[in-house]
Design a protein around this ligand. Structure first.
Ligand code: NCD
Length: 293
């Protein structure tokens, strides 16, 4: 049995096989690949895209989905989250999809469950399915030729699990990742080049991945307003000029803070393609972990 806790759980070959399946699943045809299987969604943090896409993916494959309302579950009665998960596991699901604010919670579960655990977001650390769908979007855009591509991740790098997973995954496919952020949002990881302003590298980059300012994860307010932050970090037409750059964002986008209205309708932005790819990639991951286990 295999789990997906971080992208390191899959070899490069496994990822390419997942992408082969995802390409087929992009037609969004419903099938019976997971007929008779039951998948439980446990989201202890807000989610629109990830939860919706996991649910859509499972249902497209013919599985049944139980999305537990954790707001009314027994964690509110003093039960630990660990005990909630082991109790759900005792009911015999075929997979448990979990999002939780604790960075290390998912991996502690592995020894106590009888079905695959799929990480749908772990605190500030990891968001493997998002990074895999981001990689898939880049792979498709460049027809598989990702070697040497330069990716700038801009925004709140420090608390972003999307950056946390992408900085590990994209270099495995030959990409050069750097970060652009104000000091308060910079990464503490010394391995990566960091810049104060996107103008320093805009002429070199192939992909810009914009991230939301995750104010809920910070204890202090660093800016007088998001408008102040946006002056330097919002991606606008002026930022891109007529350069041929792929613009990505995991969502939710804060309009005119992360990306301007104009750039949200610019064909270089592939955000809705990422969302669609997110369903297909998760279908392929579920097939691998639940059917092929
Ligand atoms: C992100 C998340 O929750 O980690 N969104 C997502 O899953 N698509 C990013 C965010 O909340 O800013």
């Amino acid at each position: 049995m295999q789990h997906l806790i971080t992208t390191a759980d899959f070899t490069k070959e496994e990822i390419l096989n997942i992408f082969d399946d995802a390409r087929i699943f992009l037609d969004m045809e419903s099938s019976e690949v997971l007929k008779g299987k039951i998948i439980v969604n446990l989201f202890f943090e807000n989610s629109t895209r990830t939860r919706g896409a996991f649910e859509m993916a499972a249902k497209r494959l013919g599985a049944q989905v139980i999305s537990l309302d954790v707001g009314t579950s027994s964690t509110k009665k003093g039960e630990t989250i660990f005990d909630t998960v082991t109790n759900i596991n005792a009911m015999g699901p075929d997979a448990i999809v979990i999002r939780h604010s604790d960075c290390n919670f998912h991996k502690t579960l592995i020894d106590y469950v009888d079905c695959p655990i799929l990480n749908a977001g772990a605190g500030k650390n990891a968001h493997p399915t998002q990074a895999l769908l981001d990689l898939f979007t880049i792979v498709e855009h460049y027809n598989g030729d990702t070697e040497g591509k330069k990716v700038a991740i801009i925004g709140d790098i420090r608390t972003s699990r999307v950056a946390g997973s992408n900085k590990k995954l994209l270099p495995r496919f030959g990409m050069d990742v750097s970060f652009v952020a104000p000091d308060c949002f910079k990464s503490e990881d010394p391995e990566f080049k960091q810049y104060d302003n996107i103008s320093e590298i805009i002429d070199e980059v192939d992909v810009v991945m914009s991230l939301r300012t995750q104010l809920e994860r910070h204890n202090e307010m660093y800016f007088s307003s998001l408008h102040e932050y946006a002056k330097d970090y919002c991606i606008t037409k002026d930022t891109f000029g007529d350069r041929d750059i792929l613009l990505l964002h995991p969502g939710p986008v804060n309009r005119n803070v992360d990306i301007s209205d104009e750039m949200l309708v610019d064909p270089r932005n592939k955000i809705l393609e990422q969302v669609r790819n997110g369903v297909a990639v998760r279908m392929a991951i579920l097939k691998k972990l639940v059917k092929d286990q």
